[in-house]
Design a protein around this ligand. Sequence first.
Ligand code: KIV
Length: 275
Amino acid sequence: MKHTVQTLQQQKREGKKITMLTAYDYSTAQLVDKAGIQTILVGDSLGMVILGYDDTLSVTMEDMIHHTRAVTRGVNDAFVVADMPFMSYQSSVYDAVVNAGRLMKEGHCDAVKLEGGSHMCPQIEAITKASIPVVGHIGLTPQSIHMLGGFKVQGKTVKAAQKMIDDAKAIEQAGAVAIVLECVPALLAKRITEVLTIPTIGIGAGADTDGQVLVYQDLLGMFTEFTPKFVKHFDHIGDRMVEAFIDYKKQVETGQYPGVEHTFAISDDVLGKLY
Ligand code: KIV
């Protein structure tokens, strides 16, 4: 069953948790979709986990379209959300609509995600009017890392917490279909989830949001340069990959691989005629 804005919002109404994972390529998207995860985020986190940048700021529209296209080719059922990269929507409402349109038209995503509170409402309204569903993203917004002074929990003072509630309401009012809450104290995320009718998807926002999202390399234990507090390694695939690569190296070096069963035959008759 293809997941849509309507089925996700229905899940919130029925109190059924929404699962979201990142994916950036065709084969991973196929596996995530096969696992029944309802939503896939082609996050601009690809700048860090795929392209090796220190943050998400260098990610381009071309990067996002390229990876979104690969993901959507691998998906049957999941609702695919593509991140709008830094400076593809902050500059103007016009840029926001044009670039959201490119992500949908060329990347074939089902929705776009952009970061920021009430100051992004004109962009959210305009993209929504163009019939492109928008997912908001508040709390720790990595594209504003230089303004925020680092990857830190947000909303810890009365002023900041109230602003986050007001931002969430404004984003819903502007037409967003869901909101990601990143690095938000659990009880504040719970409060925001209760006052909104659209689903909240948390990352580092406790257990009471309508859904959860993780970067899949974090979940699988593949990206160990930095492990935020909210990450749980559900496996240690990174270590297992290194073991397999070492095994491959050894088998090639000792002639154990490839074996006869991995090779193609040619008849003696053909061989005999060669000079
Ligand atoms: O880019 C991303 O992967 C994200 C998630 C961390 C929510 O925005």
